[in-house]
Design a protein around this ligand. Structure first.
Ligand SMILES: Cc1ncc(COP(=O)(O)O)c(C=O)c1O
Length: 366
């Protein structure tokens, strides 16, 4: 791989053998591979999005509100409604997807000479951004049931003194949920060591566990990353946000790019937030579908892992072959590289039925 780069290109040596992150974007009828929300916006929402765009269209010669105050206020209200908290815009920061949030955290608190710890398997962008920002990555293996081992965590933290600890819950790709008690335990360990605990809650709305935002008042070292990509079915707009102590948010401003969040993005996100009731209705439907699909697979003799997200892992002795077989039936799911397992995202009821039918057909491979 290394020699594919021309000699005149001064690419960093640690990047030369890397490949860009991303799942295959194949044009197939049923795409259940990237944990997207399958429901497009309702007609009423589309109309309001169009209206918002035409309102801002005449002002696009101007830079956006650099601090996105109105949007941050609306996001704080949304979180307060869900979690019974009292945040205002000083505790919220918005960016182009939660990936930008995560990268900005690394830029401010990671870097050369610092390390970050993550519980694996998990969302591989944590490790990737660590590398691209020169932060040493320390992986702690999850248990056989993908839970977090408190003792092991304390030992590794003592040995390496990481500045950042990344914890994804519900976890991607496993769907497993970490209890608030376990998160608080790690928050305490971090507090004693002046480390920051970043809880990646990209799929939080699909889970019934309390959000880690409820810990921030007592643990200002807890940062909670969220996104509108999943529950709000808004992946195409790119809107992620961080809920944290105002001092953390202030620190991030030292490294964020000016005017990074376009006027159009801010405006569209405000409209989507005003539809949160309707959109959370679809979240409930997807969570129900998740349980139905898991039951159907169990009837086929397939073991599925309990999940608090809009996807789940299931066991197969032949992940590569089964993935191909499903693709031949027009159903794209994700081989996340875990031995003996594949991940499927919950789609519309019709898409889920196609997946179940394809699985039944491939039974010989299960
Ligand atoms: C755990 C987790 N965090 C963050 C993201 C990034 O989401 P986005 O950048 O769309 O907000 C994803 C996307 O799949 C994810 O699975």
């Amino acid at each position: 791989m290394t020699n594919q780069w021309p000699a005149w290109l001064p690419l960093r040596a640690d990047l030369a053998d890397q490949t860009p992150y991303g799942a295959p974007q194949l044009d197939v009828p049923v795409r259940l591979n990237t944990n997207e929300n399958p429901f497009g916006p309702s007609r009423a929402l589309v109309k309001d999005l169009e209206r918002a765009l035409s309102e801002v269209g005449g002002h696009l010669n101007r830079y956006p509100d650099r601090d996105a105050i109105e949007l941050r206020r609306a996001l704080a209200r949304y979180i307060n409604q869900l979690s019974d908290t009292t945040f205002d815009e000083r505790s919220v920061w918005a960016a182009n997807g939660s990936n930008e949030v995560l990268q900005t955290i690394f830029l401010a608190f990671g870097g050369f000479g610092r390390s970050a710890l993550g519980f694996e398997p998990s969302y591989s962008m944590h490790r990737n951004i660590a590398r691209s920002t020169g932060t040493q990555w320390i992986a702690v293996e999850r248990d056989s049931d993908y839970a977090i081992d408190r003792l092991k965590t304390a030992e590794v933290m003592s040995a390496h003194s990481p500045t950042l600890i990344f914890l994804t819950t519900p976890n991607n790709p496993t769907g497993t949920v970490t209890s608030l008690a376990d998160i608080e335990h790690i928050a305490e360990l971090c507090q004693k060591r002046n480390a920051l605990l970043v809880v990646d809650e990209a799929y939080q709305e699909f889970s019934s566990e309390l959000s880690a935002v409820t810990l921030i008042e007592r643990y200002p070292n807890v940062l909670v990353s969220r996104t509108m990509s999943k529950a709000f079915a808004f992946a195409g707009t790119r809107l992620g946000y961080l809920v944290a102590d105002p001092k953390v948010i202030e620190a991030l401003q030292l490294v964020r790019l000016p005017y990074h969040l376009s006027t159009a993005t801010q405006s569209l996100a405000l409209v989507a937030l005003s539809y949160s009731q309707e959109l959370l209705g679809n979240v409930a439907l997807l969570s129900k579908e998740r349980e139905r699909v898991m039951q159907q697979l169990e009837k086929l003799g397939v073991q599925a892992l309990r999940s608090g997200a809009n996807f789940f892992l299931f066991a197969t002795a032949t992940p590569g072959e089964l993935w191909q077989k499903l693709l031949a039936e027009g159903v794209l799911i994700r081989d996340v590289g875990l031995p003996g397992a594949l991940r499927v995202t919950i789609g519309t009821p019709e898409e889920n039925d196609r997946f179940i039918a394809a699985m039944a057909k491939a039974r010989g491979l299960i």
